[in-house]
Structures are given as C-alpha cells and as structure tokens.
Ligand binder design. Structure first.
Ligand code: MRU
Length: 318
C-alpha cells in the first residue's frame, strides 16, 4: 500500500503474480470492498488498510466517521488487527484528515518495525540448515514490510543461506503458491511450493526441522486462528517431533479472549473451492464447506514470536 496525495494505492493481490496492478482507492467504501474481496489480505495489512480507510472517511467529511467505522468492522471477521486498528483510529482527536492520516501512517510504520523485530527474535529459533515449512502468505504483501513468519524466514536466510523453505500452496485461494512463491523468488530464497496434502510425507522424509505460521487472532492462552490448514500442520509437527512456531505482532493478540473458542471464523463462498479463476471445475451444485481459518490449540505451539520476544508455553498473553 502507498498513500498518494489524496488516495490509497493498493497492489491488487487477487491479480498477482501474473498481473501487477495497483488500485487507486479514494473512498472508504472502496477500501471496505477491497478488504472483503481480498484485494488486500493478511492480518496486519488488513488493519493498515482499514486505518487508511478511516483517513479517507475523514477526508470525505466528519459525518462519515461512524458509518465508516461500522462498515470497515464488517469487512472481515477473523483478523483482530482490523478491530485493533479501528479502535486506534477511534481515539484520534481532533478528527481531522491530517490527524487521521498521520495515525494511519504511524500504524503502518509501527508494523514495519515490529516485523523486523519478529524476524530477529524468530531467526534465533531456526536450527542451522533447517528445512522450514510455512503456509499462506505472511510476507511484505500481508504486512507493512518484511513479514511475520516470512520475516523470520527472511532474517534466518540472511544469517544462514543453507536453510531451505517449503511453502504450502494454501488451498483454496492459493496465497502460498501465488504470493509467497512470488516474494521468495524476488528475494532469491531457495524454496519449493508443495501441495497442502504432502506436508506429512515431507516431514516423514526428514525434510522439515521447523514449521512457522502467521496468525489472524491469538487468544490469551495461545490458541491461534490462522489460515485453514495451519492446525493440520501443527498436529503433523507434533507427530513428527518438529517445533511448530507462530509469528505475529502484538496487534494480533486478543487478550479479551481467554481461549480460541470465541474467535469468529470466517466462512467464505463455496465458489472458492468449486471454481479456479472463475472457471467451474466441480459438478454443478456441488455442496461445499469453506472455513477460511482454523484454530490451533496453544498446546501444539512451541513458541509464539512477537516484536517483544519469544513467548513459551504455558502462554499468558494480552
Ligand atoms: O485469508 P487471508 O489471506 O487474509 O489469511 C491470511 C493468513 O491467514 C495469514 O497467515 C495471517 O493473516 C498472517 S499475515 C502476516
């Protein structure tokens, strides 16, 4: 994302990697739609986008504040960074465009700094020459810059170029195959994209020594909502004696929830499963079940890395 005078420029993640297209958003409703339709995605990036959406609302007029706040809160339910950023924007006084924009830019700057800190803390946990398995996209596209889980991988690679990365393709929206692969190729970090269902075999063959995932919402006891499929990786990691680590800024911690039971899980359209790029591939009328996230119990998590350091179980966050 980039602020450009009177509008928010946003790289359209739905079009990547084959098309690099920027959206120019000048109304908060356009930001809301970009979030719900996943032109921007990834917990921290959603929060940053929402903050800029509020700045656009301030520019549109003081009367838009409450409606924009409500509208943006309904854009996606699971990533708590969205609500965290909107709460911060609610505290901005006086409510002027300049102050709102300044706060949005501060939120983005802070996220950038948090990611580099997460990278430094998390890289300490990566065994020398490790095979690292990750899921979804947690890089610069999902954050202000550098990334959370991918930030750890980036920092670890800078210290130890012998590490190897395996990136789950991440059905159904393929954030791993389309976005993480794109980021890793730009950095020249060696990796393989894998089908989600091959993770167990990869571990059994001894190719994985470290699993790292991002998060959309972390409850006080460490229960962690993240992209669907993350829970499976945590179970598999435990079965194979491999550490499973979560990386997220403190803006992803929801201390109001004692455990993961209260985390709202987004269910998305079945067409994400039955169609590929708008082309139907399933029998017509095929029933679907499409939760976008799952919750990994804190007991399966070896460490949660935030900007403040490495948290070990039993977790008491927030
Ligand atoms: O549905 P998405 O693509 O927004 O889901 C994103 C994830 O689950 C990420 O792993 C998470 O938000 C962390 S991004 C640093």
């Amino acid at each position: 994302m980039r602020w450009d005078g009177d509008a928010l420029l946003m790289l359209d993640q739905r079009r990547l990697p084959r098309h690099v297209e920027w959206l120019r958003l000048s109304r908060w409703t356009e930001v809301r739609d970009a979030i719900s339709d996943m032109a921007v995605r990834g917990a921290p990036a959603i929060g940053i986008a929402a903050a800029y959406g509020m700045a656009l609302a301030a520019r549109q007029g003081a009367g838009e504040r409450d409606e924009a706040d409500r509208g943006l809160r309904h854009s996606r339910p699971t990533a708590v960074n969205l609500f965290w950023a909107l709460d911060r924007m609610q505290r901005v006084e006086p409510w002027t465009f300049e102050r709102a924009l300044e706060e949005a830019q501060t939120i983005e700057e802070e996220d950038r700094a948090m990611n580099y800190a997460i990278g430094r803390h998390g890289a300490e946990l990566v065994p020398p020459g490790a095979g690292i398995l990750t899921i979804c996209n947690t890089g610069g596209l999902a954050t202000a810059e550098h990334g959370t889980a991918l930030g750890i991988i980036r920092t670890a690679y800078a210290r130890d170029p012998s590490i190897r990365v395996f990136s789950c393709e991440t059905r159904p929206r393929l954030q791993g195959l389309r976005l993480t692969a794109w980021e890793l190729m730009q950095d020249g970090i060696p990796f393989h994209s894998i089908p989600d269902g091959s993770a167990a075999t990869l571990m059994r063959e001894g190719k994985v020594q470290f699993v790292v995932a991002g998060a959309d919402r972390i409850a006080a006891n460490g229960d962690t909502a993240n992209k669907i499929g993350t829970y499976s990786l945590a179970v598999l990691a435990q079965a194979h004696g491999i550490p499973f680590v979560v990386a997220a800024p403190s803006s992803t911690i929801d201390g109001t929830l004692p455990n993961g039971e209260g985390i709202p899980i987004e269910h998305r359209s079945g067409t994400e499963i039955t169609e590929i790029e708008g082309v139907p591939i399933a029998p017509e009328g095929c029933p679907t079940w499409n939760p976008a996230f799952d919750v990994t119990p804190g007991e399966l998590i070896a460490a949660i890395v935030t900007e403040s350091g490495v948290h070990r179980p039993p977790f008491a966050l927030g």
